[in-house]
Design a protein. Sequence first.
Length: 81
Amino acid sequence: SLSLSSNKLSGRLPSSYGKMTDLQYLFLFSNQLTGSLPVEWGEMTTLRGLDLFDNNLNGRLPSSYGKMADLKIISLFSNQL
């Protein structure tokens, strides 16, 4: 698990996180993150939970996220997605 929520993080989501292929939970909610969801994150195929709510993200959910077969929870509200 990687939890960096409520840390006043800003900027874009790092595409390099897609290399964390054994990660199961990623919590980045309640920050000031901007930009779109990285296509590369679709490589995190073992991810079970992704919480990105309450940021300033925009765009669409990349089709590569369809490879995340284990993903059970995804929270994207309070963004412009």
